[in-house]
Design a protein around this ligand. Structure first.
Ligand code: MN
Length: 235
């Protein structure tokens, strides 16, 4: 084998390896709800069957109202410590969303209102500002780029994306109320509100553990654990 042929061969091998890695990694990173096996599967909440999602209502009994929700334009009360309210429009409100792999939410913010740091283990989020001025951002994992904060000031008409599983927040920096929608790529994105989970767990995490983790004394941790970690969301 002369050197030109050898070079061509190794180039081919490298190409095959690269292509294989690309295929394997695309399989690994694809994450979404399971695919549909039928046109729809309107949730039947009366069933005692436990499946991944909800069992399907008899298709002969399905009506247009199973795919309908009205009132997302209505302002929600932000009268809580956070000054924010998340109305999740998922399968509980639109049963026809079951198995479709998407849901949406409306978020209201009082001036100074905060949707606190949280993450969704099973979905990325497309966040759209309908009204007002917000500061929103997300933080990356402990990777090569470290815990980088990607954040922007957003106004009406702006869209920001929160990648799946990353901690993110929105804060109303305007003098008026703000409203946004959040669309999720799962019917069950999951919601982990960081302060609630860390300081408001039941039973509490031993204070000595959180004291070490947060570089605080146990008295401060115990004080934090006694606070009312408000739930600012409803399904
Ligand atoms: Mn979110």
């Amino acid at each position: 084998m002369n050197s030109t042929r050898r070079a061509k061969m190794s180039a081919k091998i490298i190409l095959i390896i690269a292509a294989s890695i690309a295929v394997i990694s695309s399989i690994c990173v694809s994450s979404s709800d399971p695919g549909l096996l039928q046109d729809f599967c309107v949730a039947d909440f009366t069933s005692n069957v436990f499946v991944n999602g909800f069992p399907c209502k008899d298709p002969l009994l399905v009506t247009s109202d199973d795919f309908f929700y009205s009132g997302i334009d209505q302002p929600r009360s932000t009268d809580n410590q956070l000054g924010s309210n998340i109305t999740i429009v998922g399968v509980n409100r639109i049963r026809g969303l079951n198995t479709l792999g998407i849901i949406i939410a409306r978020i209201d913010y009082a001036p100074g209102g905060l949707n606190p740091p949280h993450y969704h283990p099973r979905a990325s989020e497309v966040f759209t500002v309908i009204e007002g001025n917000l500061f929103a951002g997300f933080i990356t994992t402990n990777s090569d780029i470290g815990n980088t904060l990607y954040a922007k000031k957003l106004q009406k008409g702006d869209i920001f994306v929160f990648p799946q599983g990353l901690i993110h927040f929105q804060f109303n920096i305007g003098s008026k109320r703000a409203v946004a929608t959040a669309a999720f790529g799962s019917q069950s994105p999951g919601l982990m509100t960081v302060p609630n989970a860390v300081f408001g767990s039941n039973p509490p995490v031993p204070a000595v553990i959180l004291a070490k983790a947060f570089q605080l004394n146990t008295t401060t941790i115990e004080w934090l654990q006694q606070q009312n970690w408000v739930k600012n969301f409803n399904y």
